[in-house]
Design a protein around this ligand. Structure first.
Ligand code: FAD
Length: 395
């Protein structure tokens, strides 16, 4: 039994000594991409935390973790926040595919892939959605045909975030087209640095884009890199979605959550645009909305803590849909409040039109965060899951 007071004291001392100044406060959080350069302190922080097993604190030691229990994990996160340290490593390697391999991988797959994820030696993209398969993911048509010890993959994945600088991609492919559609799918790991994989960014209205289309033309993946067994991809892929949703929800302790969080400046910003009277926001409607939002935010934080405390395994099951959805809706409500408070100040696209940088950033954030109820499964899909799997309502 670990003495938690001792653990806290040792953690605090280690972090003070090993977290470089450039890894505290706002700044870069790496996803492990080989083609993206890291600032020196960010790199040093990642290396030190990886050596300590704290990029994936709850994973087994043999795969790069530190085998922390829930209580120790919580202390580590509190101590990271105390010194305003950034998360040393994030992304789909530590948060999505790593925990999935831990749950479904063979010993050989775990030994090969998990240290790569834990040390950030390559970034991961997610190859699920296709032009004809989003919410209805089981209608995916990317094919994988076995040839000797390899699969030959052909097809088109869309909305593959960050793919232009990722090194690996986990892909849902159809391995048995003759079987019922949920039963002929596999999850396979693909090296993106090969001729058969090409990536083209999908530009958004803003000009920039995290999105890509990823095309597979006779791409090769070893048979050994199918996770959880051939034709078992629907089960494995759905579990990975729970890791994704619990990451969005802030309750995935299987990966590298934690570190500093932005303090909410919403009340201060609303006050700035709406004005105050005797120290209170003068508009009563805005005051009520803001108060309700603050209460929802606190309730959300308590729910996140409770969900983590109740965890029996590395990530919750269907609860992740509920917490993801409420988290997203609450964030979007905060954005709406600020946009309403800013009025016409909020609708200017760049600083050349007289807007401040903060106003432009708020506008772009408001637009971007609308995607929170689409990414990782839409709002309607989460409501369906909650109705059927959490509340047990009939189909
Ligand atoms: C920011 C962001 C990042 C993303 N990153 C990735 C990524 O890295 N990799 C990846 O594979 N995908 C990614 N996606 C894609 C995402 O998973 C899909 O957009 C999502 O699953 C919805 O699919 P769709 O866009 O095809 O919409 P559709 O499935 O066509 O849905 C259209 C509308 O119909 C509704 N609808 C559909 N089915 C039902 C139903 N049964 N009941 C009620 N309503 C329904 C939906 O809720 C939605 O409002 C990303 C999306 C976003 C926004």
């Amino acid at each position: 039994m670990v003495d938690l007071d001792t653990f806290r004291a040792e953690t605090r001392a280690w972090l003070e000594e090993n977290c470089p100044p450039g890894a505290r406060g706002p700044g870069q959080t790496p996803i492990g991409s080989r083609s993206q350069s890291m600032e020196p302190d960010t790199k040093l922080w990642l290396e030190r935390m990886a050596d300590k097993g704290w990029t994936v604190p709850t994973w087994p030691r043999e795969y790069g973790g530190a085998e922390l229990g829930n209580d120790e994990y919580k202390i580590l996160i509190e101590e990271l926040k105390r010194i305003n340290a950034r998360t040393p490593l994030t992304g789909r390697g530590v948060n999505y595919i790593g925990p999935t391999i831990l749950e479904f991988g063979t010993d050989e797959q775990k030994a090969r892939w998990l240290p790569i994820c834990a040390r950030g030696e390559g970034a991961w993209a997610m190859g699920y959605s296709e032009p004809g398969a989003g919410s209805d993911l089981a209608s995916l048509s990317t094919r994988a045909v076995r040839e000797g010890d390899n699969y030959i993959i052909n097809g088109r994945k869309t909305w593959t975030s960050d793919a232009s600088y990722c090194d690996y991609i986990f892909v849902l492919v159809r391995t048995s087209p003759d079987k019922p559609r949920h039963e002929g799918i596999s999850l396979v790991l693909v090296d993106m640095h090969q001729e058969g994989v090409s990536v083209s960014p999908i530009p958004l209205l803003s000009g920039a884009s995290p999105f890509c289309e990823t095309i597979f033309e006779d791409a090769i993946a070893p048979v050994n890199d199918v996770i959880g067994g051939v034709d078992r991809g629907w089960t494995v892929g759905k579990r990975l979605l729970q890791f994704e949703r619990s990451t969005h929800a802030g309750i995935n302790i299987s990966g590298s959550q934690g570190g500093r969080t932005e303090e909410s400046r919403l009340p201060e910003l609303v006050a700035k645009y709406v004005g105050t009277e005797q120290g209170r926001i003068s508009d009563p409607v805005m005051r009520t909305r803001l108060t309700q939002h603050e209460m929802n935010t606190r309730a959300q934080q308590i729910t996140q803590r409770r969900a983590i405390a109740e965890l029996q395994s590395r990530a919750p099951g269907f609860t992740s849909s509920a917490v993801k959805l409420t988290n997203a809706l609450n964030i979007q409500e905060g954005d709406e409040i600020l946009m309403d408070a800013m009025g016409t100040h909020g609708y200017r696209w760049d600083t050349s039109s007289g807007a401040t940088e903060e106003e432009v950033a708020s506008l772009k954030k408001w637009l971007y965060q609308k995607s929170l109820t689409i990414a990782g499964g839409t709002k309607e899909v989460q409501l369906n899951i909650i109705a059927k799997r959490v509340l047990g309502l009939p189909d």
